[in-house]
Design a protein around this ligand. Structure first.
Ligand SMILES: Cc1cc2nc3c(=O)[nH]c(=O)nc-3n(C[C@H](O)[C@H](O)[C@H](O)COP(=O)(O)OP(=O)(O)OC[C@H]3O[C@@H](n4cnc5c(N)ncnc54)[C@H](O)[C@@H]3O)c2cc1C
Length: 376
């Protein structure tokens, strides 16, 4: 019997498993496929609090606090795993292609300053000195310094090693079918093979699939939001920074690939790549950097972000069942939010001091109320 069973081996399950094991719990993580191969693999790896937030509030506070932890968190994972994860504090250029976008970015610059963040405007001439490949139609850009990036695939693989190193028992190829509880107390989980695995506590970290488990004490409003991406092959070094417009973002990788992302589509769990999706990504990329027209497409893929009605994650204890916890619904920002999610969840599960989970992320918040009846 484990102190803690974690359902789902994406970046959220893996990082929380590692953190809980470091704090002394015996942890079993159950993953139906291979760990880190769903949304956490499909992601772009941007760590972008300011670009992702629309206003001051709990999301921006949490995202900034998670970003501040990133450097030391990654250093620890690299050491524990013996792997590198291509973490770069390189900043992002938010590009304006019209006077309207320029105005919006100016407002964002002023907002950043009120938060003590560093955002600087570049006029077109200065910008093209820094980024010579940019289209002449770019009318300036905001450089956001507190915007970092990581290779999420390498990070996922390193986290598997780091979690094992911390003592987590990772069981791949085990699908959890149901949560088992009685009299308001968690008992464990039941697998698709019909085995019951008992545990003192259970954490649901099953990403976009978190609401599909049977036996949930309440329906949970997590829905899949598909994102398609592709990678171009570039010769020689591309910009160190992430380039982003309203349509697309371009992210360099050390191996010469340039990631282009991403569509945002509510099509249920419909897998795959579409002509329209790829066309929108390529058109957006070429509008920013026309010279990419001759670059080969080296990869394309899609994944399911775990969306919620208000865009906030769902974190913390279940109000109905003692010993049941949630860590899901990270939507577009699970890579960014992983370090702090792991710490607040481990503190909630183990007890003791530590940063608290914002009330705005609670499983019983009113914004999650209008959802279908639970299955099972
Ligand atoms: C195209 C795209 C681009 C993105 N870009 C960024 C970005 O730049 N920055 C950022 O911060 N975030 C980004 N995201 C979002 C980020 O990928 C997610 O928020 C994050 O990966 C969620 O992690 P997770 O562990 O909750 O989910 P997942 O990585 O999906 O992991 C869930 C795991 O649970 C397993 N599972 C599900 N059901 C069961 C079951 N019943 N039994 C056992 N195992 C189960 C799955 O197999 C899976 O491995 C992007 C997402 C996409 C799709």
């Amino acid at each position: 019997m484990s102190d803690l069973i974690i359902v789902g081996g994406g970046i959220i399950g893996l990082s929380t498993a590692r953190e809980a094991a470091i704090r002394g719990l015996s942890v079993t993580l159950l993953e139906r496929g291979r760990p880190g191969r769903e949304a956490s693999w499909a992601a772009a790896g941007m760590l972008s609090p300011l670009a992702e937030a629309s206003a001051d509030g709990p999301f921006l506070d949490f995202a900034l606090a998670s970003l501040r932890r990133y450097r030391s968190w990654v250093a620890a994972i690299e050491e524990e795993s013996g792997r590198t994860v291509e973490y770069r504090e390189s900043g992002k250029l938010r590009l304006a292609l019209s006077a309207r976008e320029r105005g919006l970015l100016e407002q964002r610059r002023e907002w950043a300053a009120t938060r003590g963040l560093h955002a600087r405007w570049f006029e077109p001439a200065e910008l093209r000195e820094k980024e010579p490949g940019l289209s002449l139609s770019v009318q300036g850009a905001l450089l956001i310094e507190e915007d970092f990036r990581v290779d999420n695939r390498r990070l996922s693989e390193a986290l598997v090693e780091a979690a094992r190193e911390a003592g987590v028992r990772i069981q791949s190829g085990v699908e959890v079918e149901a949560i088992e509880h009685r009299g308001g107390r968690i008992l464990g989980v039941r697998t698709a093979e019909g085995d019951s695995i008992s545990g003192d506590r259970v954490l649901i970290a099953a990403g976009a699939w978190s609401g599909a488990l049977q036996g949930l004490p309440r329906p949970i409003a997590v829905t899949p939001v598909r994102g398609q991406m592709l990678a171009l092959g570039t010769e020689g070094p591309f910009s160190e920074r992430v380039l982003e417009s309203e349509e697309v973002y371009l992210i360099p990788r050390d191996d010469g690939r340039l990631l282009v992302g991403a569509t945002v589509e509510e099509v249920g769990f419909e897998p795959g790549i579409t002509a329209a999706g790829i066309r929108s990504l390529l058109e957006g990329a070429l509008r920013l950097v026309p010279g990419l027209g001759s670059a080969p497409i080296v990869e394309f893929w899609s994944g399911f972000r775990p969306g919620t009605p208000d865009g906030h994650p769902i974190l913390g204890p279940s109000p109905e069942v003692d010993g049941l916890f949630w860590a899901t619904g990270h939507f577009r920002n699970g890579i960014l939010l992983a370090p702090l999610t792991a710490v607040v969840l481990a503190a909630a599960i183990v007890g003791g001091d530590g940063p608290r989970i914002p009330e705005a992320f609670a499983a019983d918040r009113p914004a999650l109320a209008s959802i279908p009846e639970p299955s099972g």
